[in-house]
Design a protein around this ligand. Sequence first.
Ligand SMILES: Nc1ncnc2c1ncn2[C@@H]1O[C@H](COP(=O)(O)OP(=O)(O)OP(=O)(O)O)[C@@H](O)[C@H]1O
Ligand SMILES: Nc1ncnc2c1ncn2[C@@H]1O[C@H](COP(=O)(O)OP(=O)(O)OP(=O)(O)O)[C@@H](O)[C@H]1O
Ligand SMILES: [Mg+2]
Ligand SMILES: [Mg+2]
Lengths: 227, 227
Amino acid sequence: VIQLEDIWKTYQTGEVSLTALKGIDLTIRRGEFAAIMGPSGSGKSTLMNVIGCLDQKDQGNYLLNGRSISELSANELAKIRNEEIGFVFQSFNLLSKLNLRENVELPMVYAGIGRKARTERAMAALDAVGLADWARHKPNEVSGGQKQRAAIARAIALKPALIMADEPTGNLDSKSSHEIMQLFATLNEEGTTILLITHEADVAAYARRIIRFGDGRIVDDPMKRGA
Amino acid sequence: VIQLEDIWKTYQTGEVSLTALKGIDLTIRRGEFAAIMGPSGSGKSTLMNVIGCLDQKDQGNYLLNGRSISELSANELAKIRNEEIGFVFQSFNLLSKLNLRENVELPMVYAGIGRKARTERAMAALDAVGLADWARHKPNEVSGGQKQRAAIARAIALKPALIMADEPTGNLDSKSSHEIMQLFATLNEEGTTILLITHEADVAAYARRIIRFGDGRIVDDPMKRGA
Ligand SMILES: Nc1ncnc2c1ncn2[C@@H]1O[C@H](COP(=O)(O)OP(=O)(O)OP(=O)(O)O)[C@@H](O)[C@H]1O
Ligand SMILES: Nc1ncnc2c1ncn2[C@@H]1O[C@H](COP(=O)(O)OP(=O)(O)OP(=O)(O)O)[C@@H](O)[C@H]1O
Ligand SMILES: [Mg+2]
Ligand SMILES: [Mg+2]
C-alpha cells in the first residue's frame, strides 16, 4: 500500500527552479491496477521516481506498507527498490555491455538469487514478452520495441509485489501492446499491484482506475470524486 | 526522390544471422507524406537507416535523386546525411553533455552555419515544439516527451528536404502528438518530404500514404496495389 500525503518536489537547474509536484495526495491499495495519464512535462515520471524511492521528495509524507520511508535505513530502501518494486523506465535503462538475459537477471543478482534460478526466471520472463530468441543479443542489436519489452521482462522476472511501468508501450505496435497489457492483467489477477503511466487510452483501459495529472497536480481521481 | 530496388539486409550476431530486409521495392517522391506501420521487429528502423545512409544494404539498388548512392563519395554521403535529411531517432540520440539548444544546433555546426544564424534557427525550432523555456536544460533534466520533442526540433532546424521520423510521438500525450503532427503537416505543405514510422493509427492518418511492413517485407503499399 502506497500513501502519499501533500508531496512536493522542486528541481533546481542553474538559477531556474521548477516545481514538478505540487501537493500530491494519493493512496494505492494492494492489488490495484491504476493508470496515470497527463500531458508531457506534467510530473508523472517524477511522481513514479518518488514512489519507487529513486528520487527524494522535498516535502510531505510517504508511507509504504504503513511505514514512513524516512524511517527506513539506506539498506532497507535499497532492498525495497530492488526486490519489492519492478520498474519499467521510460528510457529502458538497459546496460549496453550486457546481453538481454544478463540485463533481465540484474535485479536478481542484487537480490542474491542463485545462478540456475536466475537463468530460469530470466528466460521465462523473456519468453513471456516474446524475446526468448534474442536472449544473447545486446541492447544495440535489437529493435526499439524489443528493448522496451526487455525492460518489461527485467521488471517482472523477480515477481515483485508492485510493478511501476512508465510508458511501457510507447514503442510497440498495437498487437504487442495488447500482449504486454494481457501479461500485466494476468500478474494483477495473481496479486501484483500495478501502477502505469501511459498516454494511450486503450492501454489505460486495462486499468481499473485512471488518475489524471496536470501541471504537477492530480486533476482527477475516481477514488476522490465523492469527497 | 528515393528509389529502393530489391533491397536486402542481414544482421550477423555471433553465429546467428537475421535477415531484416527481404527484397524491398519502394519509391518515395518529392513532397510525399508517407507513414510506415508494422509489428515490433519487422524491420522498419532498419529500412529508415538504409534510406538515411546511416547503415548499409547488403544487396539491391538505392537511387537518391536519381543517383546510385554507391557512386557517392564518403564526403557527399556525409553531406546528404547531415544537410538533406533530418532524422528523428527512435531513441532520440541526444548528447548528454550538451544542453537542448546545443543539441538542436549540432547538425548546423557540421553544415558550417554561423553562430548567430544557428542560435536563431535552434530557438525557432525549440519554440515550434514548445521547448523554448528548456533551451538551457540538459537531456537528463527534462521529461521523456521533452527529450522526444528536442530530437524533433533538431531534425527540423536545418529545414532539410526530407524528414525521417522513427516513432516521433511514442512518448507524447495526444495533445502534444497532434501539435507535432500539425507541425509536420505544415512543413509538408511547404515542400518537405516526410517519411515516418509509427504504430499509432491517428498519427498515421496525417500521412497521405500508409505502407505496411511485416517480417522484413512490404505487405501493403497503396501505390502498388493496382500492379
Ligand atoms: N544491430 C543489430 N544486430 C542484430 N540484429 C538486429 C540489429 N538491429 C536490429 N536487429 C534485428 O533486426 C530486426 C529488425 O529490427 P528493426 O529495428 O528494424 O525493427 P523495427 O521494425 O524498427 O521494430 P520496432 O517497432 O520494435 O522498433 C529485429 O528482429 C532486430 O532484433
Ligand atoms: N532532473 C531534472 N532537472 C530539472 N527539471 C526536471 C528534471 N526532470 C524533470 N524535470 C522537469 O520537471 C517537469 C516534469 O517532468 P516529468 O519527467 O515528471 O514529466 P512527465 O509527466 O513524465 O512528462 P513526459 O510525459 O514528457 O514523460 C518537466 O517540466 C521537466 O522539464
Ligand atoms: Mg515521463
Ligand atoms: Mg524501430
